[in-house]
Design a protein around this ligand. Structure first.
Ligand code: C5P
Length: 219
């Protein structure tokens, strides 16, 4: 039986590390849907598309060829034959991704691809709309949160660039969360049947253990 574990939440909530850890613990595959929105954004910027122009983004959304590795120990993403795992984390992509991901045609293309990938075997999928839109049938849904400060601190650590202050990270994160939560198409929101885990005071292993326990209870 193919099982989907949905892990949604805002940026910096620790979703990626937790979702990879859960996938490893269960022997499941891992899907980072945020990386897919970042990859399409990277491609739009490369093509010179004005990402604030929703109609221009919509017109090109069907052209992108994205390939994803679902190995939690070697996650990666390519556009065409080019590995873009590094470039999709750039500040330019991070600043533009919410504008691109609010476009319904972009979401249509990526959700179809995500469902195809999920159909291939059990998987832990992380994002913003897995439990609500992509896989509402998932038997386990987690909504991972943390205080704004804890999330910005984690992001700043990940970025590890002394030129980028925690304050700047906090401002960028607040802007992105607001755009992601208030857009019309699949806004970031907790599914009614999701279990909320606040990771502010929890270590990574505690979050992973909590989710693994939930999966073992339910499936
Ligand atoms: O998870 P990450 O921060 O890499 O996601 C980047 C962006 O991709 C988010 O800010 C959001 O705009 C978009 N996203 C989305 N739906 C998802 C995953 C990510 O709209 N399922």
């Amino acid at each position: 039986m193919t099982l989907i574990i949905a892990m949604d939440g805002p940026s910096g909530s620790g979703k990626s590390s937790a979702a990879k850890g859960v996938a490893r613990a269960l022997g499941y595959r891992y899907l980072d849907t945020g990386a897919m929105y970042r990859a399409i954004t990277w491609w739009m910027l490369e093509q010179g598309v004005d990402v604030e122009d929703a109609a221009a983004v919509a017109a090109r959304a069907g052209e992108v060829r994205i390939q994803v590795s679902t190995d939690p120990d070697a996650p990666g993403i390519a556009v065409g034959d080019l590995d873009v795992s590094g470039p999709i984390r750039s500040r330019a992509v991070t600043a533009a991704v919410s504008a691109v991901s609010r476009v319904p045609e972009v979401r249509q293309v990526l959700v179809a691809l995500q469902r195809d990938i999920m159909a291939d075997g059990s998987i832990v999928a992380e994002g913003r709309d897995i439990g609500t839109v992509v896989a509402p049938e998932a038997p386990v849904k987690v909504f991972l949160t943390a205080s704004e400060e804890a999330r910005a601190l984690r992001r700043a650590k990940e970025i590890a660039d002394p030129a980028v202050s925690v304050e700047a990270t906090l401002a960028d994160q607040a802007r992105r969360d607001k755009l992601d939560s208030t857009r019309t198409a699949s806004p970031l929101t907790k599914a009614d049947d999701a279990v909320e885990i606040d990771s502010t005071e929890l270590g990574l292993d505690e979050v992973i253990d909590t989710v693994v326990r939930l999966v073992k209870e339910r499936v």
